[in-house]
Design a protein around this ligand. Sequence first.
Ligand SMILES: *[C@@H]1O[C@H](CO)[C@@H](O)[C@H](O)[C@H]1NC(C)=O
Ligand SMILES: *[C@@H]1O[C@H](CO)[C@@H](O)[C@H](O)[C@H]1NC(C)=O
Ligand SMILES: *[C@@H]1O[C@H](CO)[C@@H](O)[C@H](O)[C@H]1NC(C)=O
Ligand SMILES: *[C@@H]1O[C@H](CO)[C@@H](O)[C@H](O)[C@H]1NC(C)=O
Ligand SMILES: *[C@@H]1O[C@H](CO)[C@@H](O)[C@H](O)[C@H]1NC(C)=O
Ligand SMILES: *[C@@H]1O[C@H](CO)[C@@H](O)[C@H](O)[C@H]1NC(C)=O
Ligand SMILES: *[C@@H]1O[C@H](CO)[C@@H](O)[C@H](O)[C@H]1NC(C)=O
Ligand SMILES: *[C@@H]1O[C@H](CO)[C@@H](O)[C@H](O)[C@H]1NC(C)=O
Ligand SMILES: *[C@@H]1O[C@H](CO)[C@@H](O)[C@H](O)[C@H]1NC(C)=O
Ligand SMILES: *[C@@H]1O[C@H](CO)[C@@H](O)[C@H](O)[C@H]1NC(C)=O
Ligand SMILES: *[C@@H]1O[C@H](CO)[C@@H](O)[C@H](O)[C@H]1NC(C)=O
Ligand SMILES: *[C@@H]1O[C@H](CO)[C@@H](O)[C@H](O)[C@H]1NC(C)=O
Length: 687
Amino acid sequence: MSHNHLILFNIMMMNANIFLCITLFLLIINPALSLPLCTNSKAPLTPKTPLLFCNYNGSSCCDSTDDSNIKKQFDSLNISQPACASLLKSILCSRCDPFSADLFTTRPVAPHVPVLCNSSVSNDNSFCEKVWDTCQNVSIKYSPFSSSNSSNKLSDIWPSGSEFCNVIGGPRVNDSVCFDGEKVSLTITTNSTKSVPTGMCLEKIANGSYLDMVTHTDGSNRAFFSNQKGQIWLATIPEFGSGRGLDLDESNPFLDLTDEVHFDTQFGLMSIALHPNFAQNGRFFASFNCDKTQTPSCAGRCACNSDVNCDPSKLGSDTPAQPCQYQSVVAEYSANVTSSSRASVITKASPVEVRRIFTMGLPFTSHHAGQILFGPDGYLYFMMGDGGAGDPYNFAQNKKSLLGKIMRFDVDNIPSESEVTSLGLWGNYSIPSDNPYTEDNDLLPEIWALGLQNPWRCSFDSERPSYFMCGDVGQNEYEEVNTITKNGNYGWRVYEGTTVYTPERTPGGNTSASSINPIFSVMGYKHSDVNKNEGSASITGGFFYRSITDPCLQGSYLFGDLYAHNMWAGVETPVNSGNFTTSGITFGCAKDSPVPCDLVPGSEIPALGYLFSFGQDNNKDVYLLTSSGVYRVVPPSRCGYTCAYETRTAGSGTPAPTSPSGSGANALKDSCTSLLLLLLLFIGLSF
Ligand SMILES: *[C@@H]1O[C@H](CO)[C@@H](O)[C@H](O)[C@H]1NC(C)=O
Ligand SMILES: *[C@@H]1O[C@H](CO)[C@@H](O)[C@H](O)[C@H]1NC(C)=O
Ligand SMILES: *[C@@H]1O[C@H](CO)[C@@H](O)[C@H](O)[C@H]1NC(C)=O
Ligand SMILES: *[C@@H]1O[C@H](CO)[C@@H](O)[C@H](O)[C@H]1NC(C)=O
Ligand SMILES: *[C@@H]1O[C@H](CO)[C@@H](O)[C@H](O)[C@H]1NC(C)=O
Ligand SMILES: *[C@@H]1O[C@H](CO)[C@@H](O)[C@H](O)[C@H]1NC(C)=O
Ligand SMILES: *[C@@H]1O[C@H](CO)[C@@H](O)[C@H](O)[C@H]1NC(C)=O
Ligand SMILES: *[C@@H]1O[C@H](CO)[C@@H](O)[C@H](O)[C@H]1NC(C)=O
Ligand SMILES: *[C@@H]1O[C@H](CO)[C@@H](O)[C@H](O)[C@H]1NC(C)=O
Ligand SMILES: *[C@@H]1O[C@H](CO)[C@@H](O)[C@H](O)[C@H]1NC(C)=O
Ligand SMILES: *[C@@H]1O[C@H](CO)[C@@H](O)[C@H](O)[C@H]1NC(C)=O
Ligand SMILES: *[C@@H]1O[C@H](CO)[C@@H](O)[C@H](O)[C@H]1NC(C)=O
């Protein structure tokens, strides 16, 4: 190939990449159904007082203020023709629909009108045509269909109904919703027999005990495993059916932080996260606890302080020897990627901390969750418990406290030292411009969601970015799985589950139930439902299962109890409704497991020990990290379970690309991700 041809070829490849990226991009902004979600990316709530104008009782994206604003807008349209007026009212009120985020798509023409159902269902008179037929000659002042105020009849803007519907209409198909004059309702499209997994088959691939697992961002079959003591390893995941275990060299960690980490029952290296561009920039993050009496660099501001009416010297029970002796830290490290040494081939990182992202002193010794996770928006989410002891200071509901919260940081724009100080930040990060404090000035700017007790293990659904699920540990009765949304209040410690909680000590006062609008959990279990041989119950949140390995688990949200005698699958009915049915699932160990499983005496159940976390690899295969080892979900037939959808090839799995440099497809995925994030930031969209 000549030099010129080569350039041409490269340009063609670039164009092909851009084309693929744009296709991917369109797929993402396509009004694909995602949870009941409002246009402001918040969850719909039931207003405290029923709406007077719009007919959206129950769950709604409007409160009374929105409702009266819509009434004013409607009145200003001054429509004389009653049939058309009634249609326009329903169109304006559709902003209150619990699915308004899906109804209102970003389109340049008529951004204030939902997608009107077009004739795509047989014999169904399309709502869009009905609007055209009824309203085409009617004068509408300040028409929401037009960006200009001058043309106020639909027929002034569009020559025909079909042209109107081509722009304003949209089909009602499997994966998108449209407005037909009524509250959006979903139909069950999945095969219900498919939604009952009979059992989950596991194979054991390692004996080691790990707390967190994150897959390599280069698309390869490698993942990082960290233990509670403070070590991180880079390991190669075996192919299905290879008979091999996890290739992890205990004596050769990727990074060893044991000197900095304070390790005790609820303390340690809690979580690790790779920057989305780790393969290019080598940036990664660790969340751990430290002891300020041991490590000088450890001390940060105490979470118990005068801002939140908490006096560290009067904390009371369950406090360590010194107030805020133990800290929660997020620190950045580097795999030292240079042009000659890409992260893909690097097997070690420097123990020198590049940057301190966050430090906060903890009031008590428990409930300081600690997971860090990059969202599909490229921001770093940080899960924080209420600090423990039954939250006597009511931190989880206190908008000036970071305890009992999910935080959201921008770690790509690091402010200067002086800005960090003047802004009163807890470390080196900046605040994403759409964090909820912009709408609720009482909130600390770091807060994304509140009212959590101890969010232990969260994940984003790899297929639907708006599904951000967290297991939230309960107190005495109920363990929760929550769907986390912007500024969502998950109720703790006003509620435990849906029951009003009675605190033992309340030196920090109470929040009244009438003053909050909590979002209740979508899945969960009662303590009385589980086998509590080894202690009380504590949830470990998992993943939406998206692998082809076990087709009967596909689309289910998997979670379990720390004490590991119970595992559940949540099936969403109907799909995309946010409404889940939870069933307990049995689990077994494959007879040909690479590392033989120990069984609970007198049973066929593998003795997992404590279920610390779930993990997911680049093929979306799911792992269980337990005190007895690492387990992977394998084809159900390997345990003798029947799954009608399992084929002979399924679960041999698509082997992940083994080349450490990643395949072309993965390189493409990486560049797409950057482009997508750029585009999303540019158009100000957030998931
Ligand atoms: C809510 O609206 C539905 C349908 O319009 C109606 O049947 C129901 O009675 C209403 N409920 C309340 C509490 O107003
Ligand atoms: C509303 O429309 C009527 C005619 O249908 C007109 O007489 C009246 O002035 C209009 N009101 C406003 C405020 O534009
Ligand atoms: C609207 O006006 C057009 C053209 O003048 C006419 O053909 C049509 O029947 C009218 N429609 C209604 C509903 O009045
Ligand atoms: C249309 O009218 C509204 C309300 O009076 C006004 O705020 C807006 O600027 C006008 N838009 C145009 C393009 O004239
Ligand atoms: C709406 O339906 C018409 C036929 O009734 C069709 O020609 C048009 O393509 C459809 N538009 C959309 C956006 O679905
Ligand atoms: C809708 O789902 C059905 C059955 O799953 C499928 O055959 C059809 O192609 C889907 N339609 C669209 C437009 O995706
Ligand atoms: C639903 O499941 C039944 C039983 O497994 C199967 O016979 C049928 O083909 C399935 N239907 C679809 C649409 O997948
Ligand atoms: C796992 O532990 C068992 C004993 O508990 C031992 O026999 C086996 O060799 C170990 N396997 C690996 C891969 O370390
Ligand atoms: C990173 O690697 C380069 C060369 O590969 C080396 O010169 C430099 O000292 C390394 N930096 C750190 C912090 O290890
Ligand atoms: C910001 O990072 C630097 C380098 O790690 C560190 O010295 C400094 O203390 C950090 N600032 C805060 C507020 O944590
Ligand atoms: C908080 O509420 C509990 C009952 O739930 C009550 O016993 C306690 O006195 C209240 N504390 C304060 C400070 O109001
Ligand atoms: C939620 O699912 C249950 C069954 O699993 C069903 O009875 C109920 O109607 C569903 N609720 C909604 C709002 O779809």
